[in-house]
Write a protein that binds this ligand. Structure first.
Ligand code: NDP
Length: 293
């Protein structure tokens, strides 16, 4: 049996339609469009591409985006000043600092500078901390994990009581998605590079979220038949047959996994479009909060 594909592109398209309508209402109510400020430091090609994709997505839904582009030699002060400038700008409702920052920059200090009400990436330590605490509501939840959760919900399967395995424990993906699954009452196991018997752990899971950063690392043969598989991975691999000479694959071995899973996302076309969409949604949320506050 072949798994049902969870079509991230279609789901993201639908949500972006709703965002566009609400951004139009915001323009009418506030006399200005919602605004996203982006800080990009350095010349990492992938980061520059993500920033371009985010700018185009903003244009599509009626959000104004403004970028501060800094050289790879930028100082701590310059990067923090860029963030502070956006904090003080009333036309900017959300701030995104594109990671990774150049080596000489203290990332945590920069993220700490983002005003909580504008942390549309949801990665301020305070927002992450609240995500992990019972009875606390973060101002924003991080984009990729929020998108992954929506994709799981879209399957219509019950999360409560399900066994979930998250492979990866990074601050931006693995850890927050594990916390969100626990908040949705799944029983969560977090796996990482020191986990023993990863295949056995994955084999117990009704829901698998793979955020490892290794191409096709999670094998289809490991999966419990019928599992929901969310592949966060985005790895460029050589492909002489393709025009560009490379293609993107996920952290899950898709060809074998789709034969065993019940539901699965594709790469590209799964979590990626949702990440951008959640960023737009958080920016819109921040804009509306600024007028009702
Ligand atoms: P990180 O490199 O920060 O984290 C990777 C995690 O995987 C770590 O927790 C690491 O464990 C774990 N890991 C590494 N090797 C193994 C192994 N052999 N077995 C088990 N666990 C292992 O990556 P990110 O979380 O930032 O990203 C993960 C993936 O998601 C990447 O492919 C990235 O490109 C993609 N991504 C996609 C996004 C999208 O929008 N689609 C957005 C963000 C990321 P340990 O902690 O022990 O080192």
């Amino acid at each position: 049996m072949s798994a049902q594909i969870i079509d991230g592109r279609a789901i993201a398209g639908r949500i972006q339609g709703e965002i566009k309508a609400s951004a139009g209402d915001f323009l009418e109510a506030a006399g200005a469009s919602p605004g996203l400020g982006v800080v990009l430091a350095g010349d990492d090609a992938a980061s520059a591409m993500y920033v371009r994709m985010k700018r185009r997505a903003c244009e599509r839904v009626g959000i104004v985006s403004e970028a501060r582009l800094l050289p790879s030699s930028a100082s701590q002060r310059e990067v923090e000043d860029a963030v502070r400038g956006f904090n003080e700008d009333p036309a900017i409702h959300g701030i995104l600092v594109q990671l990774p920052l150049p080596d000489q920059i203290d990332e945590e200090a920069v993220l700490n500078e983002i005003s909580l009400g504008k942390d549309v990436d949801g990665i301020h330590p305070m927002n992450l901390g609240k995500l992990g605490m019972r009875g606390r509501e973060p101002t924003f939840t991080p984009a990729t994990p929020t998108g992954a959760m929506i994709l799981i919900e879209e399957t219509g399967q019950t999360i409560e009581g399900a066994r979930a395995v998250v492979v990866g424990r990074s601050n931006i993906v693995g850890l927050p998605v594990a916390l969100m699954l626990a908040n949705a009452n799944a029983t969560v196991t977090i796996c990482h590079s020191r986990t023993r018997d990863l295949a056995g752990q994955v084999g117990n899971a009704d829901i698998v979220v793979a955020a490892v950063g290794r191409p096709e690392y999670v094998k289809g043969a490991w999966l419990k038949p019928g599992a929901i598989v969310i592949d966060v991975g985005s790895n460029s691999v050589d492909d002489p047959a393709s025009e560009k000479g490379y293609r993107y694959v996920g952290d899950v071995e898709f060809a074998t996994a789709r034969e065993r899973a019940g539901f699965i996302t594709k790469v590209p076309g799964g979590v990626g479009p949702m990440t951008i969409t959640m960023l737009l949604q958080n920016t819109l949320k921040a804009a509306w909060r600024s007028v009702v506050a």
